[in-house]
Design a binder for this molecule. Sequence first.
Ligand code: F6P
Length: 365
Amino acid sequence: MPITLRTASTLTQFLIEQRRRFPDARGEFNALILDAAMACKAIAKSVAYGALTDTLGNHEEEEGGSINVQGETQKKLDVLSNDLFIRRSEWGGHLAGMVSEEMEGPYSIPSHLPRGKYLLAFDPLDGSSNIDINVSVGSIFSVLRAPSHVAEGAPLSATDFLQPGTEQVAAGYALYGPSTMLVLSVGTGVHGFTLDPVMGEFMLTHPDLRVPDDTQEFAINASNARFWEAPVKRYVDECLAGKTGPRGKDFNMRWIASMVADAHRILMRGGVFLYPRDTKDPSKPGRLRLLYEANPVGFIIEQAGGRASTGRKPVLRVQPSSLHQRVGLVFGSKNEVERIERYHAEPSKAEAEAPLFAERSLFRC
Ligand code: F6P
């Protein structure tokens, strides 16, 4: 039987072909994406070596502290991955600065290096609580345009990054699973690349990914059920009621606890993910970070025909107020996300019975 040779495009070829649509483009954007991809390849390598190298476990105090700006324990691989993103992306002259889930403030491109017109926001290793148990983790990144004064040399500040998700020029993630994949949107749909570990190249294996409009699968951390707001509780109760409930069909449930891995499953076969606003910690209006997680994943899901929301409004329309802002996040198959938004918009039973305390009443603060 003859062997068929599969000759998929490389990531570089894909980017060059995309660039042909913009005859004035100088290649900076492509170089930036290739640098981010290079960082992901280096992280994939470190993740894959697992316990064979000294990269598992928590980052030690004596090496600079083990709690990040989010108040979370940093893993050695969180720190390493953050460093790889910076070193691989700072030198090329296409960036004016970076922000990361692992750093308190913005990182300016050092003065001995050329400054460019883009900004990079990233979560170097999402789901890092899964590293030590060999479950999939990933990196997430978002590309924004730098305000012109910054691209021209004015000092960089946190405010320069506080742009709504609709302003993203590109977003992507790498998933370090059984195979390493890079999923990318440059605003023309969503495309998946699989790393050929021998050639060291990301090959286009999943062009034009689309999230199905309907699903029978949901993802939520059910241990938070007692903190959920009424619309989320209603939605999950209805899914759990299955065929005998108001939805008239059975649902399946999955929770990987690596948002990037849950997002990938939804991109491949549909589903809905919820990490909604809840009452667990009133100082945090959600678990996930707007700039490093919700916006890039929201951009990808919407580019693939799905929907991403806070439950109350499209997440990409949220005006960020701080770098490490958290937000409630619901994304995935369009019809399910719209249903969850509808449940949030409908007055609750209690409000309907006591209209003076309803959403738009005088007594609501
Ligand atoms: O960064 C946040 C994260 O690790 C996500 O990747 C994941 O969805 C979530 O936290 C898991 O949260 P929990 O521990 O509450 O299940």
